[in-house]
Ligand binder design. Structure first.
Ligand SMILES: [Zn+2]
Length: 373
């Protein structure tokens, strides 16, 4: 080991010679200029500006110099590092601009090109219409009730006051799953309407009862433009003290206005059903022409065939015999019921002309109805 050299001259320290510093600076500048992209520039920066780079090492040598030599060497190295820093920043800006310009070109999306994504589906309009109707009644405090589609004949007919020889029970109208024999109290059918859910709801609950019963029903019809052996109904049942036909009419009018527009009226026409007394057919004012087409050929209306009214469904006050069958005291409680077909409503609400479109599953039919939830 030798003692520190008191006459240490910076010129004699190899790394701090002016030409050495210049060489280091020029090498750094050349490396930055040669860096073709940001990744290469990052590597050049580590090599020429990092902790182990020649300039950093030279800078460290300054500390060992005698005080009189430090200032000059420091200035020289500092200037070189300043120039290298400046060149690096300039090249960095240049390369970033190049990259941005390239990304704009390479990642551009031509929105006019045809796409091959899997097309989005749509919910079936029968489902969405059914849910809309449910929503109207749920908002009024009704509860949604459902029942089995394979139903005891007793629920489907007997409890609803259908006489044993009622024509609706005939094989021509009803799908029988099991006939009635000596051992069995009741046959089994595919339910022909949603009304058995009324009876089930009354047996399940203590009055007051407010239920809306949507569901699939079955009749022995051939599939054609206006018939299908499987279709959907919504049934409404309210049981409470003091209910009258006025409550029935007001309730249905609210539904009609919620689904078809403000200010529409309804009318009742006398009819007969075994499970209601009195019974009526319910018509709503045509929401398209609001009656203006009647007797006015210039304003002919396809929706109501220029009659001004659209038939909605059957309704009435629940027959006291049905209340008794469901264990409810008809002296204390009264109720109203209303049932209608969803397919029919979809037909006049959306101008669907052929019922087969609703069951054939062609997405070209459902897609225009969209994803309404
Ligand atoms: Zn009309």
């Amino acid at each position: 080991m030798s003692a520190p050299n008191k006459s240490y001259d910076p010129v004699e320290v190899e790394a701090l010679k002016p030409q050495e510093i210049e060489r280091m600076r020029d090498e750094a500048l050349a490396a930055f200029a040669a860096a073709a992209d940001l990744e290469a520039l990052r590597e050049a920066k580590a090599a020429h500006m990092g902790d182990r780079s020649p300039l950093a090492l030279a800078n460290r040598e300054i500390g060992a110099l005698p005080p009189q030599a430090k200032a000059e060497a420091g200035k020289r190295v500092g200037m070189a590092r300043g120039a290298v820093n400046k060149a690096l920043a300039a090249r960095q800006t240049e390369l970033e601009a190049e990259r941005d310009a390239r990304v704009l070109v390479e990642e551009a999306v031509d929105v006019t090109l045809p796409h091959d994504r899997v097309p989005a589906g749509a919910r079936h309009p029968l489902t969405t219409l059914c849910e809309r109707i449910e929503d109207v009644f749920v908002a009024m405090g009704y509860e949604v009730a459902e029942g089995p589609e394979v139903e005891a004949e007793w629920f489907n007919f007997d409890a609803l006051n259908f006489e044993p020889d009622h024509p609706a029970r005939a094989m021509q109208d009803t799908f029988f799953v099991e006939g009635k024999d000596k051992k069995q109290e009741s046959g089994v059918v595919l339910r022909t309407h949603t009304s058995p859910v009324q009876v089930r709801s009354m047996l399940d609950r203590e009055p007051p009862v407010y239920v809306v019963c949507p569901g699939r029903v079955y009749r022995t019809d051939e599939l054609d433009a206006t018939h299908t052996p499987v279709f959907h109904q919504v049934e409404l049942l309210a049981i409470d003290e003091g209910l009258t036909m006025a409550d029935l009419k007001g309730t249905i009018e609210h539904m009609v206005r919620s689904l078809f527009g403000e200010g529409l009226t309804t009318r009742l026409r006398p009819n007969y059903f075994p499970f209601t007394e009195p019974s009526a057919e319910l018509d709503m004012e045509c929401y398209v022409c609001r009656g203006e087409s009647v007797g006015n050929p210039e304003k002919a209306c396809r929706t109501c065939s220029s009659e001004g009214w659209i038939e909605l469904g059957g309704c009435g006050m629940v027959n006291p015999r049905v209340l008794v069958a469901a264990g409810i005291d008809p002296e204390k409680y009264s109720g109203f019921a209303f049932g209608f077909g969803i397919e029919r409503m979809l037909m006049f609400r959306h101008n669907v002309e052929d019922m087969r479109d609703m069951v054939e599953g062609d997405v070209r039919f459902t897609r225009p109805f969209g994803m309404e939830i």
